[in-house]
Design a binder for this molecule. Structure first.
Ligand code: GDP
Length: 463
């Protein structure tokens, strides 16, 4: 007799409680965050109608009734520009949406029918989903919180690798002229900082990712502020700490060290304290195919950047993050994006490569008991998979339209299953062009495995 009563009470409580989930999307620039969030909102808006979401049980079972945008709670965070993104994709010559540059938010309510209707009837329930999008570059700054200025300088890879160092030649020449002990020269510091920031920007344009500090690339409202006018000092570790500490408070060195501390306290910390700490779930997007296309130095650089970025999800008891902020992310997805750039039989290899690249951070996460899943997806599929016959053999191919409007039929190559070795790079059996989005038809955006991502990220809340 007791059990039905308990169930009934539980149902009532569930219904009374407004259920909420805060889901964050991140990735380095051009990883595909804007496309992902646009598609996610679009799929949920069309759920129960045209959206193809078979891997999400609530949708497959016809229980997902749809989603609606509502006003967000935090008025200080810009709204994610969903309508502008859809307008670009729906143009006569469809365009990719303009990427977002800082943090943005969008709030949805999702209506669904529970898998097991309560004793009080099979009525619908509601989940409030807060979606956040923020630059992965900001996460590259976490390790900076645990370092003092000379330690941070020593760990920079600014001049490592000839292709990378080339972007910083002007800065290198300018910083070599700086006298650390002299009275701070504001104009000189501003000029060297600008060379440094310009080096970061040009390295990023060239596809490098392991770039710090993150806000120098995406300064938002801090553009031009003195807090962004510092830079690492090459070779500062060769000077004894006692000598550095004895330099006057008004010296160039002490001014830079002060700005570094200010950046830690007033830029990096507030992001973790005010936003990151409050996310429940997180997906990290990785443009692995783009890095494969760009060659060994950039692939290596992405690997270092990701190892750095993943520290933000290492919740081991003694991790920097747990000590400082007690975050509560209880489920993580890591996705290789733009999977429509390779033929479908390559998709499992793409996931295997992602897992190989993130082997160490994934081990740490599993050890810390954070549920994590790696997958490959295309948020907005821009190609169609075909088979072509050549010399009596059928081979897989992709059909799409290039950014310049040219029709394309290509076989982009094989994705290596393991971390690529020298032989892979010398063969370089991998090359693909960018596709223009497919013309919009009525209904939901075409995708690959957005439903699998949705199932992992919110599926358990729709049962
Ligand atoms: P963000 O900087 O992380 O917001 O990246 P975006 O979402 O703006 O994506 C960067 C670029 O990657 C886009 O302009 C597209 O060219 C491409 N892209 C993103 N998602 C997809 C996808 O699912 N398929 C294809 N083919 N290209 C994509």
């Amino acid at each position: 007799m007791r059990q039905p009563f308990t169930r009934e009470l539980q149902d009532l409580l569930e219904r009374g409680r407004d259920r909420q989930l805060r889901l964050a999307v991140t990735g380095l620039s051009r990883a595909g965050k804007t496309a992902f969030l646009t598609s996610l909102v679009n799929q949920l808006r069309h759920a129960g109608l045209e959206a193809r979401l078979d891997l999400l049980p609530a949708a497959r079972e016809g229980r997902l009734l749809g989603a609606r945008r509502i006003s967000q709670q935090d008025l200080g965070v810009p709204r994610f520009p969903y309508d502008q993104a859809m307008a670009a994709l729906s143009a006569t010559a469809p365009r990719w949406p303009e990427p977002t540059r800082g943090i943005s938010e969008l709030r949805l309510t999702i209506r669904y029918r529970p898998a097991r209707p309560g004793l009080l009837g099979g009525d619908s329930r509601q989940l409030t989903l807060d979606l956040f999008d923020y630059p992965g570059e900001w996460l590259l700054d976490l390790p900076l919180l645990g370092l003092d200025y000379p330690e941070w300088c020593a760990r920079q890879h600014t001049l490592e690798g000839s292709q990378r160092a080339a972007h910083f030649a002007d800065w290198q020449a300018a910083v070599a002229r700086l006298d650390l002990a002299a009275e701070a020269d504001e104009a000189q510091l501003a000029e060297i900082s600008e060379h440094f920031a310009a080096g970061l920007r040009s390295a990023r344009e060239a596809g490098f990712a392991d770039l710090q500090p993150g806000r120098f690339l995406l300064p938002g409202d801090l553009s031009g502020a003195p807090v962004l006018q510092f830079f690492p000092l090459p070779g500062v570790c060769d000077t004894a700490p006692s000598v550095l500490a004895s330099l006057s408070e008004s010296s160039n060195y002490a001014t830079l060290a002060r700005r570094f501390r200010y950046y830690q306290q007033h830029v990096v910390r507030p992001f973790y304290r005010d936003h990151f700490r409050r996310f429940d779930r997180q997906i990290v997007l990785v443009d692995l195919l783009g890095a494969l296309n760009a060659g060994p130095e950039r692939f290596q650089d992405l690997s270092r950047a990701l190892a750095n970025l993943m520290q933000s999800f290492d919740y081991g008891q003694r991790s920097l993050l747990s000590r400082l902020f007690a975050p509560r992310i209880d489920r993580l997805a890591i996705a290789a994006t733009k999977a429509d750039h390779v033929t479908p039989e390559q998709h499992p290899r793409l996931v295997a490569l992602l897992e190989a690249l993130l082997a160490e951070p994934l081990k740490d996460l599993r050890y810390a008991d954070v549920p994590v899943r790696a997958l490959s997806l295309a948020a907005i599929r821009a190609s169609e998979s075909r088979e072509v016959e050549s010399q009596g053999r059928r081979t897989p191919a992709l059909r799409g339209t290039g950014l310049d409007g040219e029709p394309l039929l290509i076989y982009p190559g094989e994705v290596p299953e393991r971390l690529p070795d020298d032989a892979f790079w010398t063969r370089q059996g991998f090359d693909f062009p960018a596709f223009r989005p497919l013309p919009m038809e009525d209904g939901a955006l075409p995708h690959i495995r957005m439903d699998a991502a949705l199932d992992w990220l919110i599926g358990d809340k729709l049962t």
